[in-house]
Design a protein around this ligand. Structure first.
Ligand SMILES: *Cc1c(COP(=O)(O)O)cnc(C)c1O
Length: 505
């Protein structure tokens, strides 16, 4: 299988090349040139297999330049019991008749990004060998908190790769900072940058376009890269768990079911990666009725699916679901390319408009194609908090803020359509990852929170809910801080050189 550019501006490349490049150098994203389809019999035959067994069958056709043994080895490293605290890796929790939560947060950093970031570094490491790249890869990540830790955990001690994470000094929570600075792994570095997140991200971007530094690193045998969420290597692992969820839902029905049971899939969405993976699962033969795209107050996607106009010119809002506070959803480009008949020129046109004016509009045929499979809605802060509180009261189940947006939008959908198709809602983070907001939702106000430090908030949430703190966050306070580097935003390249020199080869 080959990978082509959504903008028709690159020659087709192998999977390992697409993963190594991350995105098309002249703009655009890599997509597979065809989508493998599982026949009904193949789908039923997945029943009873392990997570890695299912994963092997879903990802293999997309990675035909990797051997079966290589894929098995990567999957075994990624989805081990050492990394995931639940034996099912991503268990499906039945909340009520027809409402199921797919818990994607049992990994090492308590959010769904682990599902991809535990596997992708291994795929990348092997891609280096396949592409004959002898340089060591240096992954740079600018983070506002969560992605940094997930990337550190994923890349820790992966051969041929170093990772350096930059975060704003004083700009992340105490828990997030400790999660990062206590990371082990001989190839990991963490640097606090004096400045805010934009300074941090801007400075890292500048490093990527610094040709002098690139040459200098090249001489020493290093190539820079990123673990960005638009890399195909991060999307592919996410397709697996939608099949996995369906298999759990339909377990035991295999023999009697004459037809495959259809499901609705609800995804709290930011950069459109997670829901796009669900779209691929549908195209591969998973029986899906509707994909429900849930946004928070940054509802640019809801408006787009309802009107056909994508308008990013609006006020950016900070919400209690920060991982969905996004106005440019990078992965939407892949869906647009697919539904417009793989027309690179048209996709390029839309993306150029977006870049130039912040707005683009799709035609009626494209809109119709989107409408057939996607329903979009959004939930405001009040509904989100209310959903957390009511879900806890009614079901004794603790939702995080992002998942609550998903459930809230699903309830709107069900009220509007009376569609009772069983639903799978992607639960994207542990509630303990966003304890202050969750606790405030349960108590109905956040005034008294100001007197508590973050660790007391974790403990209080655990006490109030009777749920134990996520293992990834439990023993943080007692861990040794291993990273103490700090630098100014103008000193990032210098810091990178120092780190690489000091670590040696
Ligand atoms: C990243 C993230 C999202 C959004 O996922 P996308 O793939 O960017 O749409 C939702 N919830 C949580 C907790 C996240 O970390």
């Amino acid at each position: 299988m080959l990978y082509i550019s959504t903008r028709g501006n690159h020659e087709p490349v192998s999977a390992s090349r697409a993963i190594l490049l991350g995105m098309v150098p002249s703009g655009g994203l890599f997509v597979p040139d065809s989508i493998p389809v599982l026949e009904e019999g193949q789908l039923r035959a997945l029943q009873g297999q392990s997570y890695t067994g299912v994963a092997q069958q879903i990802v293999s056709p997309y990675l035909d330049d990797y051997s079966g043994a290589e894929i098995d080895a990567c999957l075994a490293c990624a989805y081990s019991s050492g990394n995931f605290s639940h034996p099912l890796i991503a268990p499906l929790y039945r909340l009520d008749d027809g409402i199921h939560l797919l818990e994607l947060w049992h990994g090492p950093t308590a959010a769904f990004k682990d599902m991809a970031l535990q596997l992708m570094p291994h795929l990348l490491s092997r891609a280096l060998g396949k592409e004959g790249q002898r340089d060591e890869l240096v992954i740079l990540v600018a983070t506002s908190g969560d992605t940094g830790k997930a990337a550190l955990e994923g890349f820790s001690d992966v051969p041929g790769i170093r990772i350096i994470v930059f975060y704003p000094h004083g700009g992340v929570s105490r828990v997030q900072e400790l999660q990062m600075t206590t990371t082990s792994g001989a190839n990991t570095s963490v640097v606090a940058v004096r400045g805010n997140f934009d300074d941090c991200q801007g400075a890292v971007k500048d490093v990527f376009s610094d040709r002098e530094l690139e040459q200098c690193l090249k001489k020493k045998g290093f190539t820079l890269s990123s673990a960005n969420s638009i890399n195909w290597g991060r999307l592919l692992p996410q397709i697996v768990y939608y099949f996995w969820a369906w298999l759990q839902l339909t377990q035991g029905e295999g023999e009697r079911g004459a037809t495959l049971e259809r499901v609705n899939i609800v995804v709290p969405t930011g950069n459109f990666g997670n829901i796009l993976a669900a779209w691929y699962a549908w195209r591969m033969g998973l029986p899906v009725k509707k994909l429900i795209c849930a946004s928070n107050e940054n509802r640019v996607l809801t408006d787009f699916f309802q009107t056909g106009i994508y308008d990013s010119n609006r006020e950016f809002r900070r919400t209690s679901s920060p991982s969905m506070d996004i106005l440019i959803s990078g992965n939407l480009e892949r869906l647009l390319f697919a539904v417009s008949g793989s027309d690179g020129e048209r996709t390029q046109g839309w993306m150029d408009e977006l870049k130039k004016t912040g707005v683009f509009q799709v035609d009626a045929a494209t809109r119709q194609a989107l409408d057939r499979i996607i329903y979009a809605g959004w939930a405001g802060e009040r509904e989100t908090m209310k959903t957390i509180r009511e879900t806890f009261t009614k079901y004794d189940y603790l939702l995080d803020t992002h998942t609550a947006v998903g459930l809230s939008v699903y309830e709107q959908y069900r009220a509007a359509t009376a569609d009772n198709t069983p639903a799978i809602i992607a639960a994207t983070a542990s509630p303990f990852k966003f304890s202050a907001s969750v606790l405030a939702a349960l108590r109905g106000d956040d005034m008294w929170l100001q007197d508590l430090d973050e660790f007391s908030i974790l403990t209080e949430l655990s006490r109030l809910s009777g749920v134990s703190v996520h293992p990834a966050l439990q023993d943080l306070q007692g861990k040794t801080v291993r990273h103490r580097l700090v630098c100014g935003k103008g000193e990032i390249s210098q810091k990178i050189m120092e780190i690489l020199k000091y670590q040696g080869r």
